[in-house]
Design a protein around this ligand. Structure first.
Ligand code: UDP
Length: 329
């Protein structure tokens, strides 16, 4: 039994679906603050918050998982800069509570949602896992600290853990059952799609004076279903191992914000109204993963590597769900 903490959220729900497709037994734990009940497909949903230690203990005692996957946590870089304590309380203290409760029921396998934000400003591209880690915002710091907490927990408990450092998670379930519904939405692809569909007046490009081929930031977009597949591989890989290891999950290809906007316009066959605004604080110019380690050790190969396919799947879900997981069109 795998406990998927945060399994009603964007990445967590896609991973839960991948577990279901792989025939694994799992339950979702979520407080539904950011997650959506409608994103939990045919699995038990345990309501619980990582900050509520007693509730968490009760959930783990009832589920008796052999593995825990942790997606629950706040993910907005900008908000983390404005309100760091909120990030320590959930992403750090919540994780400590989870590790304590998991230790009490003898969980021996952990998969942790980490982020490219652990690296900070890259010194080399593509970024390998052993690149220096100097996060430039509290969100990245909380993920880096989370990896360390898990590493020491594993050492003490003789358990095994894999941290997966996502680059830019994007796209939606190719079957159209799941998609991206953040409130507020802050990510480039859904915002560009909404601008193309006339659901918002325009997209603001955050800065066009970066040292890149067209002046806008370069990011490595990776399909959420490919991320999900990596989690199932990681779970199998952990079967008998102990200790902690981290792998990047990215495509090794970078696209500028303008290239993403052009791809959205081309896939939607509509222009994306946009203007150029100020840089967003804490945005490095270029973030592109080296994914050699995940390929070699996990046998992971991104299946939906093409940016047009990623946008196509995101567009399909967003067009069909103008209110996200709210009321249907
Ligand atoms: N971005 C932008 N306008 C927006 C949202 C994002 O220009 O309204 C840029 C952002 O500066 C970054 C890229 O798009 O360079 C991807 O941002 P996103 O928030 O999607 O993901 P992040 O890189 O923060 O994980």
């Amino acid at each position: 039994m795998v406990l998927v903490a945060g399994g009603a959220g964007y990445v967590g729900s896609h991973v839960a679906k991948a577990l279901r497709n792989a025939g694994r037994q799992y339950a979702v734990l979520d407080n539904l603050e950011k997650g959506h009940e409608a994103a939990v497909l045919g699995a038990p949903l345990l309501h619980g918050d990582l900050r509520d230690q007693d509730g968490l203990r009760a959930a783990l005692r009832s589920a008796q998982p052999s593995a825990v996957m942790l997606f629950a946590g706040y993910t907005s870089v900008g908000e983390s800069v404005r309100n760091p304590s909120k990030y320590w309380a959930n992403n750090v203290l919540g994780l400590i509570n989870l590790l304590q409760a998991a230790g009490e029921v003898g969980v021996r396998r952990f998969i942790f949602s980490s982020s490219a934000a652990v690296y900070g400003e890259p010194q080399s591209i593509p970024i390998p896992e052993d690149h220096p880690k100097e996060p430039t915002n509290p969100y990245g710091e909380s993920k880096l600290f989370g990896e360390k907490l898990i590493r020491w927990h594993c050492e003490a408990a003789g358990a095994g853990a894999i941290s997966l450092r996502y680059f830019n998670a994007a796209g939606a379930d190719p079957d159209g059952e799941l998609g991206e519904d953040h409130r507020p939405e802050e990510h480039l692809i859904p915002l560009a799609i909404d601008a193309a569909l006339g659901r918002r007046p325009e997209l603001t490009i955050f800065g066009d004076d970066y040292p890149t081929r067209d002046g806008t930031c370069v990011r490595d977009y990776v399909h959420v279903t490919d991320l999900a597949a990596a989690h199932v591989l990681a779970l199998d890989h952990l079967e008998d191992s102990t200790g902690h290891v981290a792998y990047n999950l990215g495509s090794e290809r970078g696209f500028t914000v303008r290239e993403v906007v052009e791809t959205v316009a081309s896939v939607a066959s509509r222009p994306v109204p946009h203007s150029v605004g100020a840089r967003r604080a804490g945005d490095p110019a270029v973030l592109v993963a080296s994914n050699a380690l995940a390929k070699e050790r996990l046998g992971w190969t991104p299946r939906y590597a093409d940016l047009s396919t990623i946008v196509e799947h995101a567009l399909k879900w967003r067009a069909a769900h103008p209110n996200g997981y709210g009321i249907e069109a």
